[in-house]
Ligand binder design. Structure first.
Ligand SMILES: NC(=O)c1ccc[n+]([C@@H]2O[C@H](COP(=O)([O-])OP(=O)(O)OC[C@H]3O[C@@H](n4cnc5c(N)ncnc54)[C@H](OP(=O)(O)O)[C@@H]3O)[C@@H](O)[C@H]2O)c1
Length: 167
């Protein structure tokens, strides 16, 4: 499952940070991923700055010297997915979360079967984008619209896509 928050104009990041404050989405992210493996690129890991508690944090990097306490570094996407699948099996869970950024989403999208997208109802400037969601390849199967609450810069929707059956 790919998990991402995307602005109305397709932006996911600016200067290796999230370009909004969305407390509700951080809570949503936590609830979805808790107890499950999460896979990310090195830049996203550096942006978060630490492993997330209660989840095995698997970080893809081609830099063989890259390491940080509390994470598993994998030298390629296939290796990272293999580590994540092993972790999911050990934990008895059936979901792996690929949590960005752009570089990782672009590579992982072809193998993904579900997308959990937070649509941030706001236009923002940024330098990192989510790859286009091909409406022929993906079906929207759930949508929950929310007004922004305390700590939220914008209204938003939690949207789930499932890969469309091949015709
Ligand atoms: N809105 C959201 O939901 C969301 C979620 C996540 C991230 N973001 C944003 O996205 C931006 C970061 O995205 P990004 O594309 O710049 O970076 P990224 O995807 O987080 O990380 C890229 C790095 O991952 C490693 N990598 C990528 N593919 C690999 C492969 N096949 N094998 C091994 N290592 C691989 C490389 O690390 P090395 O250079 O070490 O080899 C590469 O430089 C930030 O602005 C962040 O805030 C937003």
């Amino acid at each position: 499952m790919l998990l991402a928050a995307i602005s109305a104009n397709g932006v996911i990041g600016r200067g290796n940070r999230l370009p909004w404050r969305l407390r509700s989405d951080l809570q949503h992210f936590r609830a979805l991923t808790m107890g499950r493996p999460i896979l990310m690129g090195r830049k996203t890991f550096l942006s978060i700055g630490k492993p997330l508690p209660g989840r095995t944090t698997i970080v893809a990097s081609r830099d063989q010297s890259f390491a940080a306490p509390g994470i598993v570094v994998a030298p390629g996407l296939a290796a990272a997915l293999a580590v994540a699948r092993g972790d999911a099996l050990r934990r008895g869970v059936d979901e792996i979360f690929v949590v960005g950024g752009t570089d990782i989403y672009v590579q992982a999208m072809a193998a993904a079967t579900r997308l959990a997208i937070t649509e941030v109802h706001k236009t923002v400037e940024g330098d990192a984008r989510f790859p286009p969601i091909d409406r022929n390849a993906w079906r929207e199967i759930a949508r929950d619209e929310h007004e922004g609450g305390v700590g939220d810069d914008a209204a938003f929707a939690f949207v789930t896509y499932r890969r469309a059956a091949a015709s």
